[in-house]
Design a protein around this ligand. Sequence first.
Ligand SMILES: C[S@@+](CC[C@H](N)C(=O)[O-])C[C@H]1O[C@@H](n2cnc3c(N)ncnc32)[C@H](O)[C@@H]1O
Length: 226
Amino acid sequence: MREGYEGTGPGAITPDGCAVELYARLPVGEEPDIIAAAVPAGAHILELGSGVGRVTHPLLERGFTVTAVDESADMLARVRGARTIRSSIEDLDLGETFDVVMLASFLVHAGDEEVRRGILRTCARHVADGGCVLIQREGADYHTDVPRERVDPSGFTVRIASVEPAGEGVDSVRAEYVFPDAVWTQTFLSRPLTKERFESALAEAGLEVDTYLTPDGMWVRAVPSA
Ligand SMILES: C[S@@+](CC[C@H](N)C(=O)[O-])C[C@H]1O[C@@H](n2cnc3c(N)ncnc32)[C@H](O)[C@@H]1O
């Protein structure tokens, strides 16, 4: 387990506290629509932190080719129809480039700044000339609108139960997922990034914002710096 990260509940838990069985149950939301609208049809997408393929599978159904990367073999074992690579994102160096590199699930908010730098360098290293990097950021009130919960129509409740300062600009976030037959929790470190800090983190890695894709600023298309 990564330090500061923890998960509870049935089944395997990844080093960042994610439960494999939970992610196998979570429905996909608007992510595939946002991605499909932002990249060329049929693009080859390098998906960093793919988990069980919750987003991967709908992207494959839409005709994209996906290479899925995750540090958890238990997660990757659930991915179907995509090439899978088990690796930490920050250490990935495939020696090839992709039309699209995708960094979703707020992984850009990694608590450890060295990990975040490594992750963004991986994005820059793997994007083809003329390609782009899609990044999902936290919403503006992610760390302050707490506690909060949402009842999903498919029959579970997701709750951000607490967000506590953990030192050096990092918060410890506790999420709970309550299903009728099982409960999972995840505690993880998240570093809030204002728009300015996010953009300077990109610049450090040789990337710049091309477009904020959604009005809430959560989905971003970035490109290599001019
Ligand atoms: C919150 S889950 C999201 C999975 C998937 N993106 C989704 O939306 O369903 C985060 C995933 O990223 C992986 N992960 C987190 N940090 C990682 C890192 N530094 N290197 C490789 N994988 C990582 C975890 O193993 C986990 O499968």
